[in-house]
Design a protein around this ligand. Sequence first.
Ligand SMILES: [Zn+2]
Length: 476
Amino acid sequence: MKKTFQERIAYALSISTDTKVFEMGRGYASMTPEVFKKCFPGRKAMVVADVHTWPALGEKMYAMLAEAGVTTEKYIIDKEEFHAEWKYVEMVDLLVEGKLAEAKAIEQDDKHVEADAEKAFKPASENYFILVSVGSGVINDLCKLCSHHHGQSYLTLPTAASVDGYSSFGASISYQRAKQTFSCPAPVAIIADTDVIAAAPKEMTAAGYADLAAKVPAGAEWMISDFVGTELIQSDAWHVLQDYLDDFLSRPEAVAAGDPDAIADIFEGLTLSGIAMQAARSSRPASCCDHLFSHILDMTEHRFNGKLQSHGFQVAVGTMTMCAAFDELFKLDLTQLDVDACVKAWPTLEQEQERALQLFKDFPAPKLGYTQITQKYQGPEEIRRQLEKLKAEWPSFKQKLQAQVWPFEKMQAAFKAAGAPYDPSMIGVSREQLRDMFPIVQMMRFRYNLLDLAKRGGFYDAIVNPIFAKGGAWEI
Ligand SMILES: [Zn+2]
């Protein structure tokens, strides 16, 4: 039996570790003062917005909070383009302490030198401001991490269904030139006003559609890590979203047309995804290789027509690419695996470390592959166990994977209908570039992925090369 909207939210809140209030509906922003006072009695509020979200919602929230008797300050980020970089973490940290002028100085300092992330933590104090995040992914992530630095929570008012980070555990921030996920609790309260969210720029909603669709191949890769036993599927974190994922994604045309109900579905899906991450205390339920392509683009500061591309648009390309990789996987008959030969060919840890150092030598984080592969390396006997299981159970496991993951063509058509990129060139990435990212993707995260399985089974080339060959999804 599928749950109703109310039941889904009640279940989500029952498994969430941090979020206690999730309100979603038309005009719901007006609940903010009441929710704020309930969650943060007697505390001061700091509305954080940018030049777009201030007129869209921030200004109204500032006025409503003040009118409700809450001591309220505001901070508007003036920069047209800003990203989740450490500099802005320092800026928002100062806002918690009410140091607005110092925060502005950091914002405007283009030569700012990053401070030590370890030293950002402060003892909690009733005198700090509670952050009220009015914006999309970046503002929310900054508020999330900075609240954690000060031992308190915050309230978030999303202005677009663009990412799943509103409700997730952790903040994705660039620090020392590497995109990193910093551990920090999700907000205690999320108020999603669907009138505001549906009025967001279309490309932001399309990006959110893609970020949600990434949970399709990411789910399949979680099934793989569960299958080999490295990271088991956690039932609540799986079912809270995956049982409804295909439904949420079923109306890409309506999403593109700005239909508030279809967009509310996307927002709900993204929120449930974040809650799945809270329950799992990991991003495993929400991302795998699909996101790593995007992380490479972030770390190399990829631009298209001079502009950094949105998280969701980058993830769209990674998601389609992983669907294509699964299509190729399903063409293989793994019951014929030569396990002895695979185990014999399996490299030593030292060889893998050397390969990582070579692969990443011109990468902004040259040691990244080395540390991650060291963490996920497994010895030959473990490889044998995994491959014997794969060989024995392939027909039934393949069936389960096929029920989860979408064919490339279906995913591409959905992105086209939703207004998301449906070809890497649409974010300025060539097919050659995409092909060259694969070895980096395999090694850049400790998390077990499809490519790790393929390396173990000696079918890595068999699933990657055809994607770029004649007749492949990204034929070069
Ligand atoms: Zn994402």
